[in-house]
Ligand binder design. Structure first.
Ligand SMILES: *[C@@H]1O[C@H](CO)[C@@H](O)[C@H](O)[C@H]1NC(C)=O
Ligand SMILES: *[C@@H]1O[C@H](CO)[C@@H](O)[C@H](O)[C@H]1NC(C)=O
Ligand SMILES: *[C@@H]1O[C@H](CO)[C@@H](O)[C@H](O)[C@H]1NC(C)=O
Length: 342
């Protein structure tokens, strides 16, 4: 089947990562799937011409408003995946909410990543409830086994005369909303007393101005380093080398970085916000903190209680296996799309 797939493809966003993963699921089933950036589209009419020219037989969108609206009136069967900000933000706007309702009505199926998203959607559009499937995001990690973590860390200025470096990794696009500096002062104080602990902030420089701000701030601080982003497989190798992966941001959504760390059997420490609390059960699949001081306390506990660490790693891996199965995600999308043209 020739499928037109619309999503917002801005780099390093959750929707973009999800889109490429679903595309690979569909291609694995033999479909031809063309992914287009919804941000570059103008109107349903333009998309209609695209469909005619390329003889697309079916459509798929991520984000009911930003992508879904372009399929309205275009007469190909399609499915719609809730993107996150559609159901959390756009519903509050009357006109956008109306458009999303129309998209949902035309869609053959819809997918929500969580039970909660389905619940909210069903409240707005009760008649669509039965076509909303719940499929969580699949997680698949493939760390680069040839990546030389020690050389890389040394290059980044993280080194110590003992072999025993305990590195905390914060994976984060450098944007203000991600609050990457939240832990810096508390961490630097800790590092002063225990020089083997390091915080590495790694990520793409999404906002150049803010990146410069971060770099200049870190310039005078020992124990906290900024590292420019590296390839996904290399990053996963680095995650495995670290003591823990940290999330300190207050933004909504589900952190793929945390889910991947859980899959890689590295403990996660995250700020206690709804998005993180939805995937982490405190002292069970990870640790949740509410202040920088509490972060340091919990980290110390994790370092001194190997049983707690083992338990968390084990339970987190189980959680990914049962709740974020990549295989199950693949089966779901292949099944849903196969039935689009029936
Ligand atoms: C893995 O790391 C090695 C050594 O840094 C590099 O040469 C290679 O390109 C990497 N492979 C992948 C798949 O990223
Ligand atoms: C932290 O977690 C939140 C919620 O799960 C997510 O939206 C955000 O992107 C994450 N940030 C980082 C830096 O991983
Ligand atoms: C994981 O999946 C199980 C079984 O489907 C479910 O009972 C549980 O609530 C899920 N856990 C989370 C944290 O979503």
């Amino acid at each position: 089947m020739r499928i037109l797939f619309l999503a917002c493809l801005r780099a390093h966003t959750g929707n973009s990562t999800t889109a490429y993963r679903i595309k690979s699921h569909l291609e694995a089933a033999g479909h031809e799937c063309e992914l287009r950036d919804a941000a570059g589209l103008q109107s349903p009419l333009e998309v209609g011409m695209l469909i005619a020219q390329n003889k697309f037989e079916a459509g798929l969108v991520i984000h009911l408003y930003k992508a879904g609206r372009f399929l309205l009136g275009n007469r190909i069967p399609f499915g719609a995946v809730f993107g996150g900000t559609d159901i959390n933000e756009d519903v509050k706007n009357e006109e956008k909410c109306r458009v999303m309702g129309a998209v949902l009505e035309d869609a053959r199926f819809a997918v929500a990543f969580t039970y909660k998203i389905k619940e909210v959607a069903a409240k707005h559009w009760p008649q669509a409830k039965c076509k909303i499937h719940i499929q969580s995001q699949g997680i698949l990690t493939l760390p680069n086994v040839s990546f030389n973590c020690e050389a890389f860390l040394q290059n980044a200025g993280i080194q110590h005369n003992t072999k025993n470096l305990d590195i905390f990794l914060l994976i984060c696009g450098l944007r203000k909303v991600k609050d990457p500096l939240y832990l810096v002062e508390a961490f630097a104080e800790w590092h002063e007393r225990e020089p083997n602990v390091y915080l590495a902030i790694i990520g793409p420089m999404v906002d150049q101005l803010f990146t410069n701000e971060v770099k200049s701030k870190l310039h005078n601080i020992d124990g906290v380093h900024f590292i420019e982003e590296i390839a996904q497989a290399d990053l996963q190798a680095l995650v495995k080398r670290c003591f823990a992966v940290v999330n300190s941001s207050v933004s909504e959504g589900m952190s793929a970085a945390l889910l991947e760390a859980m899959d890689l059997e590295v403990p996660v420490l995250a700020r206690d916000i709804p998005g993180n609390a939805a995937i982490i059960k405190h002292e069970d699949t990870g640790l949740l903190f509410s202040t920088p001081q509490e972060f340091v306390q919990l980290s110390k506990r994790l370092m001194s209680e190997p049983t707690l660490k083992r338990k968390i790693i084990y339970n987190a891996k189980q959680y990914i296996h049962t709740n974020h199965s990549w295989e199950l995600e693949r089966e779901t999308y292949q099944y849903l799309v196969r039935n689009l043209t029936n």
